[in-house]
Design a protein around this ligand. Sequence first.
Ligand code: GCB
Length: 640
Amino acid sequence: MSLPNPGGLRRLIILFVFLACAAYAQDAPSSIFMSIPPTNDELKTHGTAPLPHNLYARERIDLSGSWRFLVDPVERGLRNQYPRYTIPRDEKQQPLGGLLVEYDWDSAPAITVPGDWNTQSNPRLFWYEGLAWYRRHIAAPAQLAPGQRVFLYFEAANYRSHIYLNGEKLGVHEGGFTPFAFEVTGRLKAIGANSLVVGVDSKRQFGNVPGSDADWFNYGGITRPVWLVITPGSFIQHYSLALSEHAGREIITATVRLDGAHSADAAVTIRIPELKLETIVRTDAQGCATFKLFPAPGALARWSPESPKLYAVIIATDTDRIEDRIGFRTIAVRGDDIILNGRSIFLRGISIHEERIGIREDDGGRKLDWNDARRLLTEAKALGCNFVRLAHYPHSEKMTRLADELGLLVWSEIPVYQEDIPYTDPHTLKLARRMQSDNIARDQNRASVIIWSVANETPLTSARLAFLRTLIADARAQDPSRLISAALNRSPNGSDREIVIDDPLGEHLDVLAYNTYIGWYGALSPADIPSVTWRTIYHKPLLLSEFGTDAKCGTRGQKESRWTEEYQAWFYEQTLAGASRTPWIKGLSPWILKDFRSPRRFRADYQNYWNRKGLISETGERKQAWQVLHDFYTNNDNPP
Ligand code: GCB
């Protein structure tokens, strides 16, 4: 049975029928009661607020720590079918009877937020994919000044989140790797505890981004920190600064957007004290202001991997002030060269998944504190890298902030992954566009980020081309200062030994990137690599964005023997020599820094659900190939 107009009226009628019937029988069969399944609209992102940019510089309250946790594989809590399962409402069984309540938050097990549920202490949850509920009591921020606003900010939760405050639904967010926020100004009780209940559904489905089949572990839950962020009534919601050059003159262009009642025609000041730059501009009717700042000739020290200089940038209005540390550099392509700060650069990279280096094999997981993030990037630096490919989804903001600090160029990607995406589905496109724009908005001030990647290994169909062209157009409009790429892996006009990169998407990319596994997948061995060539029909720089073989750390043998460290090292030697012979290859990001969990990797002897293509093991031990890549990166000032 369904009613024509889902919405408030429908809910009221149903609630009325529901309460009347509930008085009659608590456990009546479901045919008597009408459940309120989430409407299609509710299953999509809604209710979210503009994200306060530069979270770490805001006044905020950390909601990390111990939350209560309920696993709900049959999704009772979402159905609101019986009062005894209204999990989001945080009901309590009355001591003297009343309605039966068949959950009890206070005695529910604890779980740590942030962190995936799969690798926390309960081994029964290792493979769990589905809905689970979290609850935490929160106090309203003490002494809010008049007009101050409060946002509930999630750095990420995988995959679909349903957020309730004091039993009322704030909204839904879809997507596992980008931040989202809800405004809760005026919705927090000033006295006593507020119940924050979050349902996170990690189910993989065709139509999600990524879809149902990816080569990385589907870590579920509130994987990144949650905050209450406090802002003034009218606040600096977003800003972006980028360096460019015109007629030999350096220009920093900045745009600032205010949010709140007095955002139009407001004075905004931007200052970079070390460069003695200061400008005031008034916002337009939309609350936006655009600035141009002209550093004195020779005054600006450009950000680069060798010298990752960051400047304090202060943006202020009458009501708000925010400070960031921002680097300035230019990035462009010229023919088949990548040009950083006017000079050709070779990207000495490595691919990385967002997974911690564990202490033991059963450790790891998707919970990155600052030390974990630093450890991953420090390993990349130790290899001699100046570049990291953060695959295959937006990583924690900690990674890009640290990359800024450590001097690592970054490839940032959204999880439009392989064939498992319905490229004709408008909802999926909308979702991917939203993920990309949230990712760009979050990291637009990170000098380290030079490439937005729209996809990885997608099929050569016209639907996919149209889908990715939309993402490319969006990225260019939102951020014209960076390069666009996508990792390709199709060579229909090539052969086993002659890879021709002629994917029609190439025409729309600034940088071509190709994943190559000759010598691992397929019949050829590393011995064949010297006879392999890579060429493109486009006059553009090419990255080998992936290559690698599985090797279980400590498995030794003949170099011809698969799964050994020797085989992997030999494969690296051969592929690196091949890349050196190919002048249009302008960078490498081999697959991958660390062994990572994957549901696709079944061999109990070597894999045991780990993809073993890491140069270091899941606990950080270096394999032989690590040394091969290290020598290649450090023995040549400018490889190939
Ligand atoms: C690829 C994918 C990556 C996989 C890798 C592999 O081409 O882009 O996600 O993990 O190959 O190990 O097969």
